[in-house]
Design a protein. Structure first.
Ligand code: UDP
Ligand code: MG
Length: 331
């Protein structure tokens, strides 16, 4: 954290600044966790209001990403009961990244800053105090970074750490161990709104914005209830999307691979030519068959990789809308 983050003193020393902050929580079939998440978030926001750090215009906005369970009814009931809770209903399931974006872009019109966090209480709510302090000390973006991954399974830990390493090797500027738990000021959100891409990978876009930022470390908890909505297949798709949306290194690697194979093939050809004139050796069939299969495999997979970039360009050229808001409950 930076030297000028003065307001983070004791809990009962009121911060000199007071802002309207919206907390955006994407929800996809989250009926099991909503009662507890809403209770804990309400306590936190009310505590920050009483400390004078947040205005009473601050809101908790649950974004319903086309849930098929009782999530939206629960959000509507929470809003009826207490205007602190707001609801944003998307017209259908658009995936976590689009749900977060919908929340951020809608709320930036009303708030000085917006925090995004998951619904399942894996993101530590107590880190919000430090987020607000860093915001009040002049940081436009505050990244929540996991200090430990002990609650993750060994497999998730391994794949996630590998993911950050690979991304950085491919030249994508992302913050280590940061998911989508972050605060963004209104001007950072205005900048985010300028990025029109359909293949959305917020973790890659936000660092591109620039503006002063701070990092707040927190311990990631286990999902409070319900099941993960990010199975391995979706996680791999997000990782692939992240790399191909921010780096053309894979295509360059394919070119390098092609050159290497050409050189090796010329050597193999020379060897075969020489061997053909030496009856004791002859042309080894296995080598020829192996070479053919290897080059076919490499050519097809390289075409597949290039094809996936073309597919992305196709998506970007069409520039279809990323989400539609069906309902907004905001008082
Ligand atoms: N989520 C969403 N739309 C989806 C999938 C997930 O809005 O299509 C939300 C989900 O409700 C949760 C957050 O994204 O608040 C992260 O999902 P999850 O906790 O299932 O992912 P994990 O933590 O297991 O990676
Ligand atoms: Mg989770």
């Amino acid at each position: 954290m930076t030297a000028n983050s003065q307001p983070s003193m004791t809990a009962n020393t009121p911060s000199t600044k007071c802002s309207t902050v919206y907390i955006v929580v994407p929800c996809y079939n989250e009926q099991e966790v909503l009662p507890e998440t809403s209770k804990r978030l309400k306590e936190k926001v009310n505590q920050l209001i009483s400390q004078g750090k947040l205005t009473n215009k601050s809101r908790i906005v649950f974004v319903d990403d086309g849930s098929r369970d009782n999530t939206w009814n629960m959000i509507a009931a929470l809003h009826e009961e207490d205007p602190l809770f707001s609801g944003l209903k998307l017209s259908r399931n658009r995936g976590h990244q689009n749900a977060v974006l919908a929340g951020l872009l809608t709320c930036k019109e009303y708030a000085d800053a917006v925090i995004s966090m998951d619904a399942d209480l894996q993101d530590d709510i107590n880190a919000i105090d430090a987020f607000i302090d860093e915001f009040h000390s002049g940081h436009d973006i505050v990244y929540g970074v996991r200090s430990k991954r002990e609650t993750d399974t060994a497999f998730k830990r391994l794949t996630a750490e590998g993911f950050y390493k690979i991304m950085q090797k491919f030249g994508v500027d992302i913050i280590d161990n940061h998911a989508d738990y972050r605060l963004m000021s209104r001007r950072a959100l205005d900048a985010l709104a300028e990025y029109k891409e359909v293949n959305l990978f917020l973790r890659g876009i936000v660092p591109l914005i620039g503006y002063p930022y701070a990092i707040v470390k927190y311990e990631r908890a286990e999902r409070f209830a319900g099941e993960s909505k990010y199975p391995l297949k979706k996680m791999l798709a997000l990782a692939f999307d992240g790399i191909t949306s921010f780096s053309v290194k894979p295509i360059k690697m394919v070119t390098a691979l092609g050159v290497t194979i050409t050189v090796l093939s010329v050597l193999a050809l020379l060897y075969c030519l020489v061997a053909a004139f030496i009856p004791a050796i002859g042309v080894p069939n296995l080598v020829i068959v192996g070479c053919i299969f290897l080059s076919c495999g490499l050519i097809i997979s390289s075409l597949g990789l290039i094809g996936s970039y073309i597919g992305k360009i196709y998506g970007e050229v069409k520039a279809r809308p990323r989400f539609f808001v069906e309902d907004l409950l905001l008082k």
